[in-house]
Ligand binder design. Sequence first.
Ligand SMILES: NC(=O)c1ccc[n+]([C@@H]2O[C@H](COP(=O)([O-])OP(=O)(O)OC[C@H]3O[C@@H](n4cnc5c(N)ncnc54)[C@H](OP(=O)(O)O)[C@@H]3O)[C@@H](O)[C@H]2O)c1
Length: 366
Amino acid sequence: MKQYNVGIIGATGMVGQRFITLLDNHPWFNIKLLAASPRSAGKKYTEAVGQRWAMKDGIPQSVKDMVLYDATADIDEIAKQVDFVFCAVDMKKDEIKELEERYAKAECPVVSNNSAHRHTPDVPMIIPEINPQHTEIIPMQRKRLGTERGFVAVKSNCSLQSYLPALAVVNQKYPIDHALVTTYQAISGAGKTFETWPEMVDNLIPYIGGEEMKSEVEPNKILGKIEGGEIVPSNELQIECQTYRVPVSDGHTAAIFFSFKDSANKPSVEEIENMWREYKGVPQELELPHAPKQFIYVYTEDGEPDQPQIKTAREIGGGMAISCGRLRESVQYDYKMVSMSHNTLRGAAGGAVLLAELLAAKGYFE
Ligand SMILES: NC(=O)c1ccc[n+]([C@@H]2O[C@H](COP(=O)([O-])OP(=O)(O)OC[C@H]3O[C@@H](n4cnc5c(N)ncnc54)[C@H](OP(=O)(O)O)[C@@H]3O)[C@@H](O)[C@H]2O)c1
């Protein structure tokens, strides 16, 4: 496979740090440069990130002495040196939208962790195992932007990646009508650790700003179809969601109740569990470097009713698998279940790296 030079925009942040650890020794992608705010620009990475480094392993040797670029002022210089950038910055939505389009217009593709462009109709929002076909919108986006190779592609919100894949796989064969979801979200999803957010020890906050709307709306785009130069959201599966911040470092869990459109002919528990176990998406077929061999890991209610637990399940498949358990009949809905995924791996940087691998394998960085 061809080698690609990449830049990380927002390299000092929580997600940026994950990008660095995931890309250190990546078989296709080589970290060429790092960028952050003007506060960090001109400093060596170790100095700029300082005490904020929150990964288990130390800072990789290859980036320690890299001098940070200014993510906004140095766009042209950055675009000249890399084949594409990963972007995860904490800025206002409008500023991020503009920043990402400026990179795209400088002919530098952007694989984004940010939510700013998730609802731009010609920007694909991709979970690589679920809607890889949405990459086909990219030539239409390039036409709008007036670019030859520049474009923006985004991954979805981390919370819905803990449960939507499980529903979407079943939905392909047995359409689901509606689902009621409660998510229990880790503090790293807010870019925090217990050191930087001590109030979260022994606590639960029943509110995460904007998160419930994301969980209810983003699945419609992921399940949508390309029509007339845009991705038209589906309105088939209605999701209602509540989100909680819980005292967990990494890993989002979801409790889900769901019903089929044709409840009278619903699949059995065993059939659903087999659909999950046997499902292979494009990343598995192409054997992309970050694709977990088994996308959905299943715990049965008979065998392991106390799973998936954060500590046992979040690292499965290198933190890229979705774990499901407790699937059983419900009184008010057809079924109820629990699922979880690692929020900064599958849900953030890992999901973006897998998306970039899909884009590379399909030739979008040429
Ligand atoms: N944490 C998660 O699990 C998660 C999951 C999904 C999506 N996201 C999204 O990913 C993005 C980053 O999240 P995070 O948790 O990594 O945030 P974070 O830890 O607060 O890091 C923010 C990064 O943005 C940079 N930045 C801030 N202002 C900037 C500016 N004016 N120009 C250029 N860079 C600037 C910071 O650089 P300095 O160090 O120089 O200030 C830092 O590198 C956000 O949009 C967030 O919503 C996060």
